[in-house]
Design a protein around this ligand. Structure first.
Ligand code: PMP
Length: 422
């Protein structure tokens, strides 16, 4: 029988750390990765044949659950018609039109292959368009691994606890200005210090990479107003929130209009897709109609476009409110189970996401997220996993619930949590 541990040992010989993305290695939860054989609905099956209820959902894309029949069929059909053309195809146009219809601020959109490419290009576009260099990002927000964003980033980067990544020249991040999430005063100060140099603010309109941290009342409105006042662009990084906080993303839910939006994860239905879009007037500066360059051999890939279209068609009809209600009920029940154990615990939840922070401090930014005790999360993670509940291998991530999760899944997860010993 296949064995995750043996595969991991083999993988470490040929892939750095044995994984193709750092947090998969499960180092911070003192565990080894499970190798996955297949996934269906709310479940993952490891190569050993053990089935887990999955609250990671590939870190966000699988809002419909794994291997949804309509998405699988779309992939198979598209694949049979050729995997890549390097030329326009109708599916990329159809997905672009669907994104534009769904996401309020997007009038034009360009498909890329990952969230990283989307944010990297949105920043290049903002800089080229405004002819300014500086960007404000928030501590604990993660915008992919492009050089400019690797300053006080969240997600797996936070886990490594290094102030900067070797290989990112100091000059590359010198224009990245940092502010605490939800701290409008600090953003105002930065604008006062650099009134004519800030090209953009980039923000996760609900943070998902320092654990889930919703925006405080007035925070996003304040960012919009400051950008307008100083002639900077507001970039919403909706790689997680897009099509998750609502069909129109965070901007539809909070009714704030950014200038540029980055998307990823859900729009590919599990295939590698990212996108950036916004006002026509700005997007037209991208090559070939403008002179700001961005390109991609596999961008608009017909298989990934087909799975994206199939996913969005289903999500358009989906009952987001019901999923939110079920997620919130489950998260609060989980909170009560953990509270009864006498550990410090705070629960943040919004839409179909939640994060358990092992702290008594309300979590509103990266500093408060860091008050959570990593050891308690490690204990929780290990014992839940041993009982068939698959959680994020890092406390700085939001747990994801899909439309495929059943009440029985929630009950099993609660039952497992009741048995955890701290
Ligand atoms: N932005 C946000 C908000 C993300 O959460 C992520 C990935 N977790 C990215 C950008 C980067 O996306 P990718 O991993 O597809 O490059």
């Amino acid at each position: 029988m296949a064995d995750s541990s043996k595969l991991y040992a083999r993988a470490k010989e040929v892939i750095p750390g044995g994984v193709n993305s750092p947090i998969r290695a499960c180092l911070s939860v003192e565990s080894e990765p499970l190798f996955i054989a297949r996934a269906f609905g709310s479940k993952l099956e490891s190569v050993e044949g053990d089935v887990y209820i999955d609250f990671v959902q590939s870190w966000g894309p699988m809002l419909l659950g794994h291997a949804h029949p309509a998405v699988t069929e779309a992939a198979q059909k598209a694949c049979a018609a050729g995997a890549s053309y390097g030329a326009p195809c109708p599916a990329e146009l159809e997905l672009a039109e669907m994104v534009i219809e769904a996401v309020p601020s997007v009038e034009m959109v360009r498909m890329v292959n990952s969230g990283t490419e989307a944010t990297m290009t949105a920043l290049r576009l903002a800089r080229g368009y405004t002819k300014r260099d500086k960007v404000i990002k928030f501590e604990g927000c993660y915008h992919g691994h492009a050089d400019a964003f690797l300053a006080a980033a969240g997600s797996g980067y936070a886990d490594l606890c290094i102030p900067g990544t070797p290989g990112v020249p100091a000059d590359t991040v010198k224009d990245t200005l940092l502010a605490p999430y939800n701290n409008l005063e600090r953003v105002k100060e930065l604008f006062k210090l650099h009134p004519e140099d800030i090209a953009a603010i980039i923000v996760e309109p609900t943070a998902g990479n320092m654990g889930l941290v919703p925006p405080a009342e007035g925070f996003l409105e304040g960012l919009r107003a400051l950008c307008d006042e100083y002639g900077a662009l507001l970039i919403f990084d909706e790689v997680i929130t897009g099509f998750r906080l609502s069909y129109g993303g965070a901007q539809a839910r909070f009714d704030i209009t950014p200038d540029l939006t980055t998307l990823g994860k859900i729009i590919g239905g599990g295939f590698p897709v990212g996108a950036y879009g916004g006002k026509k007037e700005i997007m037209q500066h991208i090559a070939p109609c403008g002179n700001i360059f961005q390109a991609g051999t596999l961008s608009g890939n017909p298989v990934a476009m087909a799975t994206g279209i199939a996913t969005l068609k289903l999500l358009k009809q989906a009952d987001y409110a019901a999923l939110e209600q079920r997620t919130s009920k489950f998260a609060h029940e989980l909170l009560n189970v953990l509270k009864e154990k006498g550990v410090p615990v705070t629960m943040n939840t919004l839409a179909s996401m939640f994060t358990v922070f092992f702290t008594d401090t309300p979590v509103t930014d990266f500093a408060t997220a860091k008050t959570a005790a990593p050891k308690l999360y490690t204990t929780f993670y290990k014992q839940m996993r041993a009982q068939g509940i698959y959680l994020a291998s890092l406390s700085y991530e939001a747990a994801m619930v899909s439309f495929a999760h059943t009440d029985e899944d929630f009950e099993k997860a609660l039952e497992a949590a009741r048995k955890v010993q701290f």
